[in-house]
Design a binder for this molecule. Structure first.
Ligand code: XMP
Length: 507
């Protein structure tokens, strides 16, 4: 497989995901990993990732330059290119103004890394520093509008690109990664999901034996797939705890019980903790505070419930690969834009052994496993839902009445998306409720009610997103239905902001 050394770029998980999609095994390791450990993984290729720092900085993230002499093909991406250049004797300096966003790639000389891509194509860049002198033994194979974009040393199989081939905005990024993985590293497609399911069920049985396992089921894809997989392995020995925070979507709690309790016949303890959450949130309107309160309260409730079940040895979690990378990654200065409190996160002082059967998988793979296991498609392919739930979609102070209003409006929007075959054409759609009232007229009466905002985003990775160009006729139906059917809303707006500079959620 391929090893990705992580220098902290927000795009690193994507590199891994792309390569897994090719059917090739990949692992992301911190850049500090020793050469010996890297060799022990037996990689067929190594990728040096992007990262927020400068190779010329005093505390630059460096690696042992021996890595270039192992005879293992190497691809440097962005910071990885600058690092390769610096360590092998070239020069990197501050560019005049950097290049951010779209640029054009122009092929200068044919090379295996860029075979099959046209002479000119679109690339995505995000860099300030740039390579000014290539290291000896390298040739320039492509340029961007303002800088050296792609260099190669075929003899030693060392390659580097200044742009990001892993992001979807780079038109031929997938081809470039494929050229590296298959033609340069000679990897084979041998990573299959059905093998994964069988071997994981066997591993769970061996690890758990006749012990008991608990799992926090949120209704989201990850915890649900983990639960069904573990249940397949050990049946009744698994108990799921489902905390109803009161901040879920309309009827979501009942649906979870129906599918996982009745259909899959799993042991589920539903905890109706709505009042606890609402009373903790009373008077709080700061988004970060709300997130923290919701995250902490979840841990409290879960902890209490878990103590009520006797003789439990294992805590199972739907941790997936990106969660692990996120927590071990080198954080750049701008890393925390919002604190992502994964409701369902690990209560810290619990004395259980961990069971995390999905920890090697990326999201798409988790979905495929879910389908394989027979979880209904609407649940497996449901849009993501943030841990703090409607707590961050009722803007400002949250109370039960506002949540109820939002649930109704949101349900109408989602229902119409399904009905008009649009649900799968957008990647995340929801309604937010503003704490703003405006004047309207209904029949002969003046109204003074809340404003709802319909939000829909198209994105591949949730790092960047554009607003969905939903048809006017469709938006009209949604607006009419929400205003007519939901008491408490008399005005609907459509969010036309992209990310960045906006975010997908409003808080
Ligand atoms: P933003 O709003 O930052 O969201 O553009 C990007 C994606 O992350 C989701 N999100 C969260 N997920 N806990 C989560 O599990 C959180 O606290 C959280 N905040 C945002 C958001 O729904 C979108 O898919």
């Amino acid at each position: 497989g391929i090893i990705i050394l992580d220098f902290g770029s927000q795009y690193n998980q994507l590199i891994g995901r792309r390569i897994r999609e090719f059917g090739v095994y990949t692992e992301i390791l911190p850049f500090q990993t020793s050469i010996e450990e890297i060799i022990s993984h037996n990689p067929q290729g190594i990728i040096l990732s992007g990262g927020p720092s400068s190779v010329n900085a005093k505390e630059a993230h460096l690696i042992d330059e021996k890595i270039f002499r192992l005879g293992i093909p190497i691809l440097g991406i962005c910071y990885g290119m600058q690092l390769t250049t610096k360590l092998l004797g070239g020069n990197v300096s501050k560019g005049i103004k950097g290049e951010y966003g779209k640029s054009e790639l122009k092929v200068i000389k044919q090379n295996v890394l860029i075979q099959g891509i046209p002479e000119k194509s679109t690339i995505w860049m995000s860099h300030f520093d740039e390579v000014t002198t290539m290291p000896p033994g390298f040739e320039l194979i492509a340029k961007s509008t303002h800088s050296i974009a792609c260099i190669a040393n075929d003899k030693n199989k060392i390659y580097a690109v200044q742009f990001h081939p892993e992001v979807s905005h780079t038109e031929y990024g997938t081809e470039i990664l494929k050229n590296f993985v298959f033609d340069i590293c000679k990897c084979h497609k041998n990573w299959k999901l059905t093998d994964f399911i069988h071997s994981e069920i066997k591993k769970i049985k061996e690890k758990v034996g006749d012990k008991k396992v608990i799992l926090g089921l949120s209704g989201g894809v990850d915890s649900s797939v983990a639960a069904v997989l573990i249940h397949k392995a050990i049946g009744e020995q698994l108990t799921c705890i489902f905390v109803d925070t009161g901040l879920l979507r309309k009827d979501e709690g009942d649906q979870v019980m129906k599918i996982y309790g009745e259909h899959f016949k799993m042991n589920i303890k539903r905890v109706n903790a709505q009042n606890r959450f609402f009373s903790k949130l009373k008077g709080i309107s700061n988004p970060e505070k709300k997130r923290k309160i919701i995250g902490n309260e979840f841990i409290h409730v879960f902890d209490e419930e878990s103590h009520k079940i006797k003789g439990v040895d294992f805590l199972a979690q739907g941790t997936i690969y990106p969660d692990i990378i996120e927590s071990q990654s080198v954080k750049g200065p701008s890393a925390v834009i919002k604190s992502h409190h994964n409701v369902g996160g690990l209560p810290e002082n619990m004395k259980f052994q961990l069971l995390e059967p999905l920890r090697e998988l990326f999201k798409d793979e988790v979905r495929k496993v879910g389908m394989e296991l027979g979880i209904p498609k609407e649940l497996v392919y449901r849009h993501p839902f943030p841990g703090p739930g409607l707590g961050i979609r009722v803007l400002g102070e949250v109370d039960q009445d506002k949540v109820k209003i939002l649930q109704e409006a949101d349900a109408i929007f989602i229902q119409e998306l399904y009905k008009n075959n649009l649900y799968d054409k957008v990647n995340q759609a929801f309604v937010v409720l503003l704490p703003v009232k405006s004047v309207g007229v209904m029949g002969d009466e003046r109204t003074y009610e809340y404003t709802a905002v319909v939000r829909s985003a198209n994105t591949l990775d949730f790092m960047t997103a554009t607003w969905s160009k939903l048809p006017y006729e469709f938006l009209e139906i949604v607006s009419n239905r929400i205003i007519n059917e939901v008491k408490g809303i008399n005005r609907v707006a459509y969010d036309i902001s992209s990310k960045p500079p906006a975010t997908i959620e409003w808080e």
